[in-house]
Design a protein. Structure first.
Length: 464
RNA sequence: GUCCCCAUCGUCUAGUCCGGUCCAGGACACCGGCCUUUCACGCCGGCGACGCCGGUUCAAAUCCGGCUGGGGACGCCA
C-alpha cells in the first residue's frame, strides 16, 4: 500500500473547537496508524473572516493535544498561482466557463426557488455565452447535466448523487480568489492526499469535488465522513452548550490525554474498551470501527476520564501542570517536593486541576480559614484535653510517618478512652479548616511537624 | 421545499456486514451496599434500550419496504 497522506484543513475564523479537534485527531491517528503523513493546511481564502490570531489559536490547540503534523502549515492564500493554473486548464478543456451574472440576480433567483419549494440552482445562464475573464466575472464549473456521481465513503458506504441535482458551482470569485470547493480539490491533488477524512457536513460537497477531480483527470482520494458532534439537545455543538474551544478545556483543568480519549470514543470504539493510551490508539485505530450516527458530547464522561488520568500520573509530573492554577489563586510559592506530596493526597479526590488547586488551599496558605459550622461543631472546649495531650505527644515524635502518627493517636485516644473517630474530625478541622479532606496522617505527613503543631495550638487557643 | 445521511439504556457504545450463542454486553451518570478517621478512590449489586408498522423466515436488534423522528446540505463561507 502506498504511503497514506491525510490532512487537517481548518479555516482560521475562530478557535480550534471540539468538532475540529476530533477531525484532526482522526486524521492524525489514521496517518500514524499507517505510518503515513499528516498535513496541516490553513484554509484562509475567506479573506474577510480569517485572522492571524485564529491561526495561532488553532496551532496552540493542536500542540496541546499532541497532534503534530509532518508538513505545513500551508496557507491557501499563498497558493493562488497554483489555483490559477488549474483554473485555466479547466477553461481550456471546456470544464469551466466565465459567468457575468451579478450576485444580486443569483440571490433573488435563489430566494424565489426556495419560496416555490424548488431546490435553488444556478440555471446555467452564461454557459453558452463564451465569455472571457473580466472584472467581477466568476468562473463556474460546467457540471454534467446527466449521469450519477458515486461517493464510495469509507464510513458511510456508497452514496449516489444525480448530477442533475447539482449546479454549476463557482470555482473562482469575482475578485479572483478561489472558492473552498475548488481550492481543497487542487490542494489535495497537489499535496498527494490519499485519504480525506472530514465532517459529515461535507458529504454534499463531495460529488461536486469528485466531478472536478474527474474533469482534471486526477486520481480520486478515498473519502471518509465522520458524523457530527452535538450538544445535549441534539443540536450542533455551540457556545451555549458550554466550552467549545479546546483551549478552554485546558483552562478548566483537563489533561490533553483525557480530552483525546474522550474525543476518540465519540464515534469510534474498540470492543468494550474505554481507556486508551496514545500508543494503543495508534495501534488500534481504524475507520471501519467508526460509527455512522452523530454523537453527543458528554461532559460527565470527560470528567471521569480526566479523573482517571489525574490518578494515573506521577505527582511530580502533575506539579508543573498544576502550578499555573496555584498561582492564579494567589497562593504563596512552595517547593516542587512539597507540592508533589500534597498532590499525592489529592489525586484520587480531584476530577480536574481546578478542583485540585481549590482543594490545595490549606496546604498552601500560612493560616487556614475555618469553616464556621465546622469549627463550632468540632473545636469546642471538650476537645481541650485531647488536643493538649496530642500536641505534647506530637512534639516529641521524631519521624512524622504513618506508623509513628498512628501510634501517637492510638496512645492519646487510648488514654482518654475515646475512639479515633472522635478526635479525627476536630484535628481535621484544626489542620484544614474543613470537615472534608484527605486522610489525616497523609495531611500531617505533608504539612510537617512545625505547621501541624502551630495549627493545633491555634485551634486549642480558640477552644474557650 | 428539494437532495443526502442517521436511528440499541438519559449519554458514549458492543452486537447488525455472515439472522439463532442477545428475555441484548460494557462504560459514564444515577441508586443501594462494602471498605473507612471525613470526603474521595476501590470493590459488589441495582435501575435502564433494540423508534413505529408491515414483510421475508422455523427464527430478526440483525434482511427488505414504509412511516416517524433527528441531523446535514442547498453561498462569489469553509
Amino acid at each position: 500500500m502506498e504511503t497514506v497522506i491525510t490532512r487537517f484543513p481548518p479555516s482560521p475564523t475562530g478557535f480550534l473547537h471540539i468538532g475540529g479537534a476530533r477531525t484532526a485527531l482522526f486524521n492524525w491517528l489514521f496517518a500514524r496508524h499507517h505510518g503515513g503523513k499528516f498535513i496541516l493546511r490553513i484554509e484562509d481564502t475567506d479573506l474577510v473572516r480569517s485572522t492571524e490570531a485564529s491561526v495561532k489559536a488553532i496551532l496552540d490547540g493542536m500542540e496541546w493535544l499532541g497532534l503534530n503534523w509532518d508538513e505545513g502549515p500551508y496557507f491557501q492564500t499563498q497558493r493562488f498561482d497554483i489555483y490559477r493554473e488549474y483554473a485555466e486548464r479547466l477553461v481550456s478543456t471546456g470544464h469551466a466557463y466565465w459567468c457575468e451574472c451579478s450576485p444580486e440576480v443569483i440571490e433573488s433567483r435563489r430566494k424565489a426557488a426556495m419560496a416555490e419549494g424548488r431546490k435553488p440552482k444556478y440555471e446555467g445562464t452564461c454557459r453558452a455565452k463564451g465569455l472571457g475573464p473580466g472584472s467581477n466575472r466568476v468562473l463556474r464549473f460546467r457540471t454534467p447535466d446527466t449521469g450519477t456521481t458515486v461517493l464510495k465513503d469509507l464510513i458511510k458506504g456508497p452514496i449516489l448523487f444525480e448530477n442533475s441535482e447539482l449546479d454549476d458551482l463557482v470555482l473562482v470569485r469575482g475578485d479572483g480568489v478561489p472558492t473552498y470547493n475548488f481550492a481543497v480539490v487542487i490542494d489535495d491533488i497537489t499535496m498527494n492526499v490519499t485519504h480525506v477524512i472530514r465532517g459529515d457536513d461535507h458529504v454534499n460537497n463531495t460529488p461536486r469535488q469528485i466531478l472536478i477531480y474527474m474533469a482534471l483527470n486526477a486520481r480520486l482520494p478515498e473519502f471518509g465522513h465522520l458524523p457530527m458532534i452535538h450538544g445535549e439537545d441534539r443540536s450542533p455543538l455551540s457556545k451555549r452548550h458550554g466550552a467549545t474551544s479546546v483551549m478552554e478545556y485546558k483552562e478548566l483543568g483537563f489533561l490533553p490525554e483525557a480530552l483525546v480519549n474522550c474525543l476518540v470514543r465519540l464515534g469510534w470504539s474498540h470492543g468494550d474498551e474505554e481507556i486508551f493510551s496514545r500508543a494503543e490508539l495508534i495501534e488500534k485505530f481504524s475507520l471501519e470501527a467508526v460509527g455512522k450516527s452523530p454523537g453527543i458530547f458528554n461532559m460527565e464522561k470527560l470528567l471521569w476520564l480526566n479523573a482517571h488520568y489525574i490518578k494515573e500520573k506521577q505527582p511530580e509530573d502533575l506539579v508543573p501542570l498544576l502550578r499555573p492554577f496555584l498561582s492564579a489563586r494567589g497562593y504563596p510559592d512552595r517547593p516542587d517536593g512539597y507540592l508533589a506530596g500534597a498532590i499525592g493526597t489529592l489525586q484520587a479526590r480531584s476530577r480536574t486541576l481546578v478542583e485540585m488547586a481549590d482543594a490545595m488551599r490549606f496546604y498552601m496558605v500560612d493560616e487556614v480559614v475555618y469553616d464556621e459550622a465546622a469549627s463550632a461543631k468540632f473545636l469546642g472546649a471538650d476537645m481541650r484535653n485531647a488536643f493538649d495531650r496530642l500536641t505534647a505527644e506530637l512534639e516529641s515524635l521524631e519521624s512524622f510517618n504513618e506508623e509513628g502518627l498512628e501510634a501517637v493517636f492510638k496512645k492519646v485516644t487510648g488514654e482518654l478512652g475515646m475512639k479515633l473517630g472522635k478526635i479525627a474530625q476536630p484535628v481535621r478541622v484544626a489542620l484544614t479548616g474543613a470537615t472534608v479532606s484527605p486522610g489525616l496522617f497523609e495531611i500531617i505527613g505533608v504539612l510537617g511537624k512545625e505547621t501541624v503543631l502551630t495549627r493545633l495550638r491555634r485551634a486549642l487557643a480558640r477552644m474557650e
